[in-house]
Design a protein around this ligand. Structure first.
Ligand code: AP5
Ligand code: MG
Length: 389
């Protein structure tokens, strides 16, 4: 999981940057300030108690924060990660956060701290006061909030810098510019936990259909060597010209070519949450190659999903596709289909045994509608996500 605490004094731009970060990294957003304001609007017991404290500019008691945050964190078991805005704000809260994340078998990835001088903070909040409707956006209260920050919140920096998890980021400048620095910090200094799926199955088992759905739903980059090769052939590139005859015979293209394409795709997506490799690796050699490529980005295959389908059902599907405009050159004849099924038996089956020993491995029934198969695959992905925490 990618768990980030966005830290900084009042008015530093935490709320502003949070919106962009949760979107980009697909994170669950937890803002204690927003939650407290909601409690106030709803006149809950917590809201009633918090109202006067917030209006004075003081921090609300830690016990109150635990109450509102615990359910919110434990409600989000399936998330890719959490972005905390304005929490933890005291050393006690930093310990509370550790405990909460431990319950989810995870920990805080980093604390990103927006650095903005006090004068700018005051200007920004007074400007915001014109439209925010926030009772705490006036000069007297702002001064108290800044003091609370100095006294109670700043010490949290040391708590995380001792753990090597504190990263200051310049919070002055354009919103986009600051956002870029935040992303850069996340991508360069924080170890990325890529989530990488290898999706295998015999020709016609539904890898392409399912791979694209899985990628979309889980925010992963879809890598299909077949698709990339077809693109190269269509563009008549050097790679395309070499690959063409192999593809037409229904044979596996030389490894150097597939490696080049995959390497390029990984490099072009440095901020990906992970990759889905569809129909790759197809040989043991390619499995070693993929391990090597992923090691370069400090990563590995997280799980292998093997779509199971009977040979007869596969042939039926390929034969049907041959009648549509999505027909591949190698769908055209029974001979080519058999060729590919044989290549699969001979070369790809050992890959499955290889992964069985290396990572989480799932056999998924590939029969039924695409929705039914997707449901089974998503269940497996959830399971792996749980194990990885
Ligand atoms: P909370 O809601 O968290 O407020 P805060 O920390 O005071 O921070 P703000 O929301 O005021 O600022 P921000 O950093 O989000 O900046 P924004 O993006 O809006 O907490 C409120 C109160 O609740 C606390 O005082 C406390 O009482 C209580 N509370 C909350 N959590 C608690 C906890 N864990 N423990 C105890 N008590 C807690 O930006 C500010 C303005 O600047 C905006 O108008 C924005 O448009 C503008 N702006 C943003 N970026 C830029 C930029 N780069 N350049 C120019 N302007 C910019
Ligand atoms: Mg805010």
């Amino acid at each position: 999981m990618l768990n980030i605490a966005l830290f900084g004094p009042p008015g530093a731009g935490k709320g502003t940057q949070s919106k962009l970060l949760i979107e980009k990294y697909n994170l669950t957003y937890i803002s204690t300030g927003d939650m407290l304001r909601e409690e106030i609007v709803n006149k809950t017991p917590i809201g009633i108690e918090a109202k006067s404290i917030i209006e004075r500019g003081d921090l609300v008691p830690d016990e109150m924060i635990v109450q509102i945050i615990e359910t919110k964190v434990t409600m989000n078991l399936e998330t890719r990660g959490i972005l905390f805005d304005g929490f933890p704000r005291t050393i006690v809260q930093a310990y509370i956060l550790d405990g909460l994340l431990l319950k989810l078998n995870t920990s805080l990835t980093c604390m990103l701290s927006l650095e903005v001088p006090n004068d700018d903070l005051i200007t920004r909040m007074l400007e915001r006061a014109k439209t925010s409707g926030r009772a705490d956006d006036n000069l007297d209260v702002i001064k108290v909030r800044l003091k609370e920050y100095e006294n109670k919140t700043k010490p949290v920096i040391e708590f995380y810098s001792e753990k090597g998890k504190y990263f200051p980021v310049k919070g002055v400048g354009g919103v986009d510019e600051i956002f870029r620095s935040l992303c850069q910090t996340i991508e360069t200094t924080v170890p990325q936990n890529f989530f990488n799926i290898v999706l295998l199955g015999k020709p016609g088992s539904g890898k392409g259909t399912q791979g694209e759905i899985l990628a979309r739903k889980n925010n992963l980059v879809y890598i299909s060597t077949g698709k990339m090769l077809r693109q190269e052939i269509a563009n008549d590139t050097e790679i395309g010209r070499i690959a063409k005859p192999f593809m037409e015979r229904g044979e596996i293209v030389p490894d150097e070519i597939a490696i080049k394409l995959i390497e390029r795709k990984i490099e072009r997506n440095p901020s990906a949450q992970g990759f889905i490799f569809k129909g790759f690796p197809r040989t043991i050699v390619q499995a070693y190659i993929l391990d090597g490529l992923l090691r370069r980005i400090d990563s590995r295959v997280s799980c292998m999903l093997n779509l199971k389908l009977t040979t007869i059902e596969s042939i039926k599907r390929l034969n049907n596709r041959a009648k549509t405009e999505r027909s591949r050159p190698y769908d055209a004849s029974a001979e080519l289909i058999i060729n590919r099924l044989e290549e699969y038996e001979k070369k790809t089956k050992p890959v499955i045994d290889y992964y069985k020993r290396q990572c989480s491995f799932f056999e998924i029934d590939g029969a039924g509608t695409p929705e039914e198969v997707n449901f089974r695959l998503e269940e497996a992905v959830k399971e792996v996500n749980k194990q990885l925490r």
